[in-house]
Design a protein around this ligand. Structure first.
Ligand code: DGP
Length: 114
């Protein structure tokens, strides 16, 4: 798989505003925020998108999901709530081919999403 911008952030080669990290994930603020709080959670184990999840081990996937929840807690979003988005493939406008969860919060969301 080709190296992505998130590989470089994980390797410390380019800077990011990191808000949470643990042994399994790193979380940093999106460069183009769509809400008052907009953070990307990236697992240290590479996947192209969430569509690769069936081929990954349960521990890696579980730690990824726990990392998303822990990041939201660290951001103080638990009381008001937040949205988690996995853009997957061209119809969903996925632009970075390294799986990432968007955490969006700090405002009332609308539904359906655009
Ligand atoms: P997606 O469409 O789901 O692939 O979203 C990728 C997100 O990554 C997009 O919201 C902008 C963000 N992004 C792209 N390049 C960088 C970067 O260099 N730094 C940070 N912090 N975010 C980035």
């Amino acid at each position: 798989m080709e190296e992505t911008i998130f590989d470089k952030i994980l390797a410390g080669e380019i800077p990011a505003d990191i808000v949470y990290e643990d042994e399994a994930v790193i979380a940093f603020r999106d460069i183009n925020p769509q809400a008052p709080t907009h953070v990307l959670v990236v697992p240290r184990t590479r996947m192209r998108s969430i569509a690769d999840a069936p081929g990954k081990d349960i521990k890696t996937l579980g730690q990824f999901v726990q990392g998303i929840a822990r990041t939201a807690t660290a951001l103080g979003l638990d009381d008001r709530g937040y949205r988690v988005v996995f853009n997957t493939g061209p119809d969903a406008l996925q632009t970075v081919e390294y799986v990432h969860a968007h955490i969006l919060g700090g405002r009332k969301m609308s539904w359906p999403p655009g």
